[in-house]
Design a protein around this ligand. Structure first.
Ligand code: AMP
Length: 270
């Protein structure tokens, strides 16, 4: 079946009404993204397609989670290419809404978390996690999927979504998917596409240094010496988290530190 592209919530509802048979007793997997899809996104989509009978991909560059207007303006947008990938992966539905479709209230109502969302990236991107949680809850309520897939690359986001769904009794299982990396260790990211070749080369040092036995402070200092602007390098349990900027481009990552022995649960912060 060809991929069906939906722009409006009413079209999704209509589709379900007209195809009761097709949806009956079928499990639905959901993969929310901001587009400019790469192999990291593809791994989430493949896992959803393997574990569910139907899969919805959403593509929406969510303005409420951007704390800087320029960052939103420069965020890569490649819808045609993304739709071709969805088709190639046999994804059933792609939801591509407008801002007004998702925010009829113009972001008057929002979801906010008070502890974890203020740490790590939250300290450097005011309002970012409110915007992210709000859009994710809206999407989960629109599609009511059985499972929704999130990458461990954005581990703080994943943990906040897990906390939110638990707090609001949302009956969707939040599935954590491993970080997909380039052969040089750099985590795949849409933001990597904004780097020129020299900056890309530099970015690989970020992934390499995160895994070393150096202290957080020494890594911080080494990165600054290399030319990065560092938001934070922070180890919690056996996981090290980091966020850096190269020029206008902000990169985040987290790795498990194999040399650390701890009882900290894999893949969680807080
Ligand atoms: P984004 O489009 O960047 O908002 O990402 C959409 C989803 O893809 C999020 O759940 C991300 O964590 C996930 N994702 C992004 N990059 C990767 C990656 N390199 N490996 C695994 N998942 C990823």
């Amino acid at each position: 079946m060809a991929t069906i592209v939906i722009h409006q919530i009413k079209d999704w509802r209509q589709l379900q009404l007209e195809n009761k048979q097709k949806f009956a007793d079928k499990t639905l997997g959901f993969v929310p993204t901001m587009g400019n899809l790469h192999d990291g996104h593809a791994s989430l989509l493949k896992q959803s397609a393997a574990e569910n009978q139907l899969t919805v991909l959403s593509i929406f560059v969510n303005p409420t989670q951007f704390d800087q207007a320029k960052d939103l303006e420069y965020y890569p947008k490649t819808l045609e290419q993304d739709l071709a990938l969805a088709e190639k992966l046999n994804i059933d539905f792609v939801f591509v809404p407008t801002y007004t479709e998702l925010y009829p209230d113009n972001y008057n109502y929002k979801i906010s978390e008070s502890i974890l969302s203020k740490q790590f990236c939250g300290q450097h991107r005011p309002g970012h996690f409110d915007g992210m949680l709000t859009v994710v809850l809206k999407l989960l309520l629109i599609f009511r999927p059985n499972r929704a897939y999130f990458g461990e690359k954005d581990l703080q986001q994943l943990n906040l979504v897990q906390g939110m769904t638990k707090s609001f009794f949302v009956e969707t299982d939040i599935i954590a998917c491993p970080t997909i990396r380039d052969t040089n260790g750099l985590a795949l990211s849409s933001r990597n596409h904004q780097l020129d070749p020299d900056e890309y080369e530099l970015a690989t040092q970020f992934a390499t240094l995160l895994r070393t036995k150096l202290s957080d402070k020494d890594i911080h200092d080494s990165l600054e010496w290399l030319g990065f602007s560092v938001d934070y390098i922070q180890t919690q349990g056996d996981r090290r988290f980091g966020a850096v900027r190269i020029g206008k481009v902000r990169l985040i990552d987290n790795v498990q530190l194999l040399h650390k022995t701890t009882h900290h649960k894999e893949g969680t912060v807080a």
